[in-house]
Design a protein around this ligand. Structure first.
Ligand code: NOS
Ligand code: ZN
Length: 385
């Protein structure tokens, strides 16, 4: 075995590496078996499949449409079974458990409280149920030997008109498990400026928010999210690539907006597999993350919807490692980027980086020393750096 700084990590190392997740939807990450059980409990009869394996496949296939609007239709089934306190508690607890088992040490998981009121719950009760579920999942993970911390982001749906109310809800619960706010849903036709009052309220409260922008729609959406709304981060933001030109000789020119995003270290919550499904990128090799990483944008790796994309943080990294030959140092770079960009206080982010993430990668990177394998020679120049 060679130093992992010279080779790409294998699947087991990727899973064990500490990971940080900023963009994951609670209603996009249910276990298929849980959906089947919850549907039976609440009498929901419109599931397209009742066998968990087939249901998982159905979600992946249905989401693989090339269109964000069609992708979003699949959420009607998950939201349908998340309408009671017990269902929300269970889904949140399992979410924390699943992320922890995959090596995620810090996650911000988002959902839209307004989509969980059909069973008679209030917005408050929805938030409380999900928070309690996350705390339960953190405890179960600890019992299983995994440490994870989960914060909630409250999402408002961009086609609806409840964003100010949801922003106020996020602010009320900011010391109680809710770390920020987001808007999601179909992008084309629903610009973020429709929700300016919510963003201005949050800014006045010194609170944090991210905006889904630059996924199905391009630069104007990113520009509005940053310069009109004041987003702290961009949900996806992948289309910032439209403002970057690479000449035949390899020289790169950034337009004003791309330069602003890089100069101001605006975090990009990139979700490679989700982008392939909605048509925002054609293949992993052509996904802008490769160039954005080389150009030192504040790029992060995320799952978006583990159920619809059949993915996990480890799987996202496996694809990237295979495609771009990333090493553990690259994984650490993405992970530290994500932790720096989290919405929890600075001292906690710093402690996560210095006490959890860096030691975790150092342990992984030094494993080869203790396996009795000869070290690589420096004849290939690899040690020169
Ligand atoms: O990639 C995405 N782009 C935009 N909206 C999304 C995406 N993934 C999920 N949602 C939307 O966010 C809601 C709350 O979690 C989901 O119900 C879905 O409609
Ligand atoms: Zn999303």
């Amino acid at each position: 075995m060679q130093s992992p700084n010279l080779t790409t990590p294998d699947a087991d190392q990727i899973r064990r590496a500490p990971k940080v997740l900023l963009h994951d939807h609670l209603d996009g990450g249910l276990r298929p078996a849980t959906i089947v059980e919850l549907a039976a409990d609440c009498g929901y009869e419109n599931l397209p499949e009742t066998d968990p394996d087939r249901l998982g496949t159905w979600f992946r296939d249905a989401a693989d449409s090339g269109s964000l609007e069609r992708y979003l239709e699949t959420f009607s089934h998950t939201c349908a079974v998340m309408q009671t306190r017990d269902a929300l508690f269970r889904v949140a607890a399992e979410c924390a458990e699943d992320l922890a088992a995959d090596g995620v040490v810090y996650a911000e998981v988002r959902y839209a409280p307004e989509q969980h009121l059909e069973g008679g719950l209030t917005l408050e009760e929805v938030v409380r149920a999900v928070n309690e579920g996350f705390r339960e999942g953190e405890r179960r993970a600890l019992d299983a030997g995994h440490r994870i911390r989960v914060g909630a982001l409250l999402t408002a749906m961009r086609h609806a008109a409840r964003s100010l109310e949801i922003a106020e809800l996020a602010n009320t619960h900011r010391d109680d498990g809710v770390v920020g706010f987001d808007i999601a849903g179909a992008e084309a036709g629903f610009p973020p400026t429709r929700h300016l009052d919510a963003f201005e309220y949050l800014k006045r409260e010194n609170n944090h928010f991210t905006i889904h922008a630059g996924e199905a729609f391009g630069l104007p959406s990113i520009w509005q999210a940053l310069q009109w709304c004041g987003a702290d981060r961009l949900g996806h933001g992948v289309r910032i690539i439209d403002d970057i030109t690479v000449d035949e000789d390899g020289s790169v020119t950034l337009g004003r907006l791309a330069a602003y995003v890089r100069d101001k270290r605006i975090p990009l919550e990139l979700c490679p597999t989700s982008n392939l499904q909605t048509g925002a990128a054609a293949s992993y090799a052509e996904h802008p993350i490769g160039l954005l990483r080389r150009l030192h944008f504040r790029a992060t790796v995320n799952t978006d919807n583990r159920l619809m994309s059949g993915t996990s943080m480890s799987r996202e990294f496996e694809h990237l490692v295979k495609t771009f030959h990333y090493t553990l140092d690259d994984m650490q770079w993405f992970t530290v980027n994500a932790m720096k960009s989290a919405f929890i206080p600075f001292d906690e982010r710093l402690a996560m980086i210095n006490e959890v993430i860096k030691p975790g990668y150092a342990a992984l990177k030094s494993e080869w020393l203790f396996r009795g394998a000869p070290a690589v020679t420096s004849s290939d120049g690899a040690f020169e750096a």
